[in-house]
Each structure stands twice: as structure tokens, then as C-alpha cells.
Ligand binder design. Structure first.
Ligand code: FAD
Ligand code: UDP
Length: 379
């Protein structure tokens, strides 16, 4: 007899398993379809012994002290400030767009004040800002939008930026200084021994049973449990009652090269060339020393494992209909990127899971039932 059946051993499922087992003393069965824990953050040594991320580059960043301290119980960290170059017109230029990007692209010698004036002269007035095109053209103008954002976004999402909500390209800041870091967060680290090791430590508890390579639908009627926490795709759980929610998928091509360094930066983006969007070289992320180097190409796909919810108004509306079903079912909680159908980063999923745990533990101590879909992740 388990207290909780948890579907999915990624961040959402593993944080709840850990809290319920260690903090609340509950017995937990956690299952995952895949043959491993850690969900999309899974990493492993490849055939050459180089630590690689199976599902594409994962870099941890957060502004939340609470989330950072929570995860710090399960790992030591390596300081890592991510940086990305974009290949545009044969040049490798910093993205997010900053002072160096503009000066090198156009052969200018602007200072920060000059760049502010430049942006003011090229920015288009858009009111209200609704789409991913609006965000960029209203900040850096059309030429930079077309060179850095339009092609990449079309490739990545199979949609024009004008068809996507503003939040997608709003993830990428614009800077008028020379700061070339991809993220601006207070805490930017990689788990010193990798993500999988961190998850192993999280799930290492007598009250937690892990079953891998298992679809919960195969076992849900043969094990007994009191409540369920689900972290898979929400439309699938409800047998696509209102139709399919669209997800974007990726195909990953991993390669190992017989040289120490492959490219000039941890990630190189290709907004306008090639079928792939970006190449990641893992040793930059992990700090590993090795005479060879491993990289991964990302090819966006319409079919395949669901990796990205697609942020646009009609999808949000359909998702709201599904989320309403969750509230009708007592003892069922939905949490995580696919179950919420939200473009969450790792830290946001940890935050959402900790918030859900706080509500569940209140309920365990005698409070009321929690509508899981009402829970928000930190932005
Ligand atoms: P998942 O990790 O997807 O876990 C859900 C699990 O549920 C899966 O393992 C799945 O197999 C399992 N499951 C589904 N259905 C069933 C079923 N029927 N039965 C059993 N198990 C089931 N975030 C960052 O913060 N920084 C980054 O640099 C970053 N890079 C990313 C790069 C890529 C290419 C992608 C796709 C995502 C990236 N993310 C990044 C986002 C990050 O991966 C997610 O925020 C996080 O992994 C979500 O955790 P989760 O637990 O919600 O979902
Ligand atoms: N983007 C872009 N050009 C870039 C980098 C990002 O157009 O060089 C847009 C694109 O739409 C992308 C989004 O910004 O999907 C978010 O980028 P991010 O790097 O955060 O994507 P993720 O790592 O989640 O795939």
C-alpha cells in the first residue's frame, strides 16, 4: 500500500517524492516510462566517458534562494555562467544582443548611450505587445529581428514569431552593455557530478520505490495508493477528450570528435543556416577535461516526444479546459512542464513542486483539498 503514486521521475515528480517521503514520512511509488530517472535533465557518460545531456543542454539558473538551497541538499555545484554565439552573416556574434553584437555586425563603434539611441531609432512602436515578433521589433527593430530571431523561431517552433505569444522571445534579454551571459539570474550553476547524480541523491530514501520503463497505466489498477501526482502530458491523461494539445519535439544528434575543442562557445545558434537550431559542446558546461569532445545538434520536429508546450492563445485556452478537469478529481494533482502545459525552466518546476508540497502537507495536517491547477511557478 502506497500513500502516493507519482507518475514521472523528472523534477516535478522527484521533488514531490523526496518531500513526501522525507518530510511527511509517506510511502511513495514513483514510476517513469523511460529507463532512467531525472526526466529531460538526465545526463550520463557517453561511450568515450564524456558526460552528456541526452535531451539537450540543461543549464541551471534561478533568482530564488529557496530553490537553490533546496537543491543544494542533493548536490555540490560548479559555477557556470552560460554564453551563446549566433552565426549571422558568417560572423559568430553574442546573443543576447549586446553592444558587441551590434558593433561587430554593422562595423560600428558605439558606446552604451550610442546603442540606446540606435535602438530608439530602429525600434518599431507596437501597442499592445502580444506576439513574439512584437517583443523584438519594438526593442531592437526589424533588421536585428530578422537576422537573429525570425529564422530561429520559425525553425524551432514551425511557426512565425507573429503566431507565438510574447513570452517565447521575451526569454532573451537585450543589453546595451557588453554583458555576454545568456542568463542574468543570481544563481547560475551546474551540479558538480551531474543532474542524474543529484536526482539519485534526492530519491535515495527507504520510503521511495522507483520503477522505471513503466507506463503508469499498466500498473495503476494493480497497486494500491491513496493519491496520485501526475507529471506527464495533461491531454494524454484525459484521453484527448478535448483534442490534442500541440507540443514541439526535437531530434538530438550526438557526436564525439577526436579533438579537444569543437567550437568557440558552449552553444552556437544557427538562426538562418542549417536544419538544426543549435550545437552544444558539453565539456564547456561540465568543466570535464578529456582529449575528445562530445556535441549535440538539435533538429526541431513536429512529431516525437513532447518537449515544448507551444505558447499561443488558442493553446492556452484548450489547456484551461483540461486544467478545469483536474479540479474535479479529488486526490489527483498535476504538476510540471507537461502537466501544466507551461514553458517552465527547471527552477520554475522545482518551485511549483515545492508550492504543491506545501499545500499537500497542510492538507495532511488537517487543512482542505488543493486545486493543483491553481498553483503557479515562480516567474
Ligand atoms: P519531465 O522532465 O519531462 O518529466 C516528466 C516525466 O514523466 C518524463 O520522464 C516522462 O517519461 C514521464 N512520463 C510521462 N508520461 C508517463 C506515463 N504515462 N507513465 C510514466 N511516466 C510518464 N530548463 C532550464 O532551467 N535550463 C535549461 O538549460 C533547459 N534546457 C532545456 C533544453 C531542452 C532541449 C528542453 C526540452 C528543456 C530544457 N529545459 C531547461 C526545461 C527542463 O527540461 C524542464 O523544465 C524540466 O525538465 C521539467 O521537469 P518535469 O518534471 O516537469 O518534466
Ligand atoms: N530565440 C531566437 N534566436 C536565438 C535564441 C532564441 O529566435 O538565437 C528565440 C526562439 O524563439 C527560442 C526562444 O527565443 O525558441 C527561447 O530561446 P531559449 O534559448 O530560451 O530556448 P530553449 O533553451 O528553451 O530551447
Amino acid at each position: 500500500m502506497y500513500d502516493y503514486l507519482i507518475v514521472g521521475a523528472g523534477y516535478a515528480g522527484s521533488v514531490l517524492a523526496e518531500r513526501l517521503a522525507r518530510d511527511a514520512g509517506k510511502k511513495v511509488l514513483i514510476v517513469d516510462l523511460r529507463p532512467h530517472i531525472a526526466g529531460n535533465a538526465y545526463d550520463h557518460p557517453d561511450a568515450s566517458g564524456i558526460l552528456v545531456h541526452k535531451y539537450g543542454p540543461h543549464i541551471f539558473h534561478t533568482n530564488s534562494k529557496e530553490i537553490f538551497e533546496y537543491l543544494s541538499q542533493f548536490t555540490e555545484w560548479r559555477k557556470f555562467e552560460h554564453s551563446v554565439l549566433a552565426q549571422v552573416e558568417g560572423k559568430l556574434l553574442p546573443i543576447p544582443i549586446n553592444l558587441d553584437t551590434v558593433n561587430r555586425l554593422y562595423g560600428l563603434d558605439l558606446d552604451s548611450a550610442g546603442l540606446e539611441k540606435f535602438f530608439a531609432s530602429v525600434a518599431e512602436k507596437v501597442d499592445p505587445i502580444r506576439t513574439s515578433e512584437d517583443v523584438v521589433v519594438s526593442t531592437v527593430g526589424r533588421d536585428l529581428y530578422e537576422k537573429f530571431f525570425r529564422g530561429y523561431t520559425r525553425k524551432q517552433w514551425g511557426l512565425d514569431p507573429s503566431e507565438l505569444s510574447s513570452q517565447v522571445t521575451a526569454r532573451i534579454p537585450v543589453r546595451t552593455n557588453r554583458d555576454s551571459r545568456y542568463f542574468g539570474d543570481t544563481y547560475q550553476f551546474m551540479p558538480l557530478h551531474g543532474y542524474t547524480r543529484m536526482f539519485e541523491n534526492m530519491l535515495d530514501h527507504d520510503n521511495i520505490t522507483i520503477e522505471l520503463g513503466v507506463d503508469y497505466r499498466e500498473i495503476k489498477d494493480s497497486v494500491s495508493y491513496r493519491e496520485m501526482i501526475y507529471t506527464g502530458p495533461i491531454d494524454e491523461y484525459f484521453d484527448f477528450r478535448y483534442g490534442q494539445l500541440p507540443y514541439r519535439s526535437l531530434e538530438f544528434r550526438h557526436e564525439t570528435h577526436d579533438r579537444e575543442v569543437f567550437q568557440q562557445a558552449p552553444v552556437v545558434n544557427y538562426p538562418n543556416d542549417h536544419e538544426y537550431t543549435r550545437i552544444t559542446e558539453f565539456k564547456y558546461l561540465t568543466g570535464q577535461k578529456h582529449e575528445k569532445t562530445s556535441i549535440v545538434y538539435e533538429y526541431p520536429r513536429a512529431e516525437g516526444d513532447p518537449y515544448y508546450p507551444i505558447p499561443r492563445p488558442q493553446n492556452a485556452e484548450l489547456n484551461n479546459k483540461y486544467q478545469a478537469l483536474v479540479n474535479e478529481t479529488p486526490g489527483l494533482y498535476f504538476v510540471g512542464r507537461l502537466a501544466s502545459y507551461k514553458y517552465y525552466n527547471m527552477d520554475q518546476v522545482v518551485g511549483q513542486a515545492l508550492t504543491l508540497y506545501a499545500k499537500i502537507s497542510q492538507k495532511i495536517r488537517g487543512g482542505r483539498t488543493v486545486p493543483a491547477s491553481a498553483l503557479a511557478a515562480p516567474q
